[in-house]
Design a binder for this molecule. Structure first.
Ligand code: HEM
Length: 166
């Protein structure tokens, strides 16, 4: 699938748009999103970033479940992740949650590549224009999760650096 990947630039503003509800419907609503995300996490466990994630099956299941809930809500589905973020804006909460991990550009690229493979498997029936909009959110937003740079420095994105377009 020809989905573009652009490099992260430390401390640069990131513009992103939440994925459209049309993608959520096209993927098959809550059930379809869950299938996509469970497939994604199965692939994560075979990837070069598997070491980031818990190896215990119970904890792994918990992450799969929470991850699905986040993506259902961020794509305009029912607000089922709300409780996890304790009222904080979902995207802001997600940036802060990733601060606990040392995420490099290389891990971001592996994460996105894994998602691209999951989309190729589970979103074959979805209009490519909608996949592209979902991808654009991931591609841009994931830049805000990168906090460890090749010169050895760290930088934690401030939410003011995230420009959500509506
Ligand atoms: C578009 C970008 C991304 C989004 C929307 C995203 C979303 C999520 C979500 C929803 C969770 C589960 C949150 C919860 O526990 O409630 C999560 C956990 C996690 N993500 Fe991401 N993620 C992104 C990028 C990345 C990247 C690039 C990495 C690189 C390794 C990464 C590593 C992790 C790790 C390590 C966890 C937590 C595992 C744990 O709790 O032990 N994520 N992410």
């Amino acid at each position: 699938m020809a989905l573009e990947l652009t490099p992260v630039e430390k401390a640069k503003e990131v513009h992103f748009k939440n994925p459209p509800a049309a993608f959520f419907s096209a993927i098959g609503g809550e059930e379809g999103m869950k299938e996509l995300m469970y497939d994604f996490y199965d692939k994560i466990y075979e990837s070069d970033i598997a070491n980031f994630f818990p190896q215990c099956e119970k904890e792994f299941d918990e992450i799969k479940f929470k991850n699905s809930k986040f993506f259902i809500q961020i794509c305009g589905g029912p607000k089922i992740y709300e409780k996890e973020s304790g009222g904080m804006d979902l995207n802001e909460y997600m940036i802060r949650l990733h601060d606990d991990f040392s995420i490099t550009e290389k891990s971001r690229i592996e994460w996105l590549g894994t998602m691209r493979d999951a989309l190729a498997d589970k979103a074959q029936h979805v209009d490519i224009a909608l996949i592209k909009e979902f991808w654009d959110y991931l591609e841009n937003f994931s830049k805000l999760t990168v906090n460890s740079f090749s010169d050895g420095s760290t930088y934690y994105a401030a939410y003011t650096q995230a420009k959500e377009e509506r």
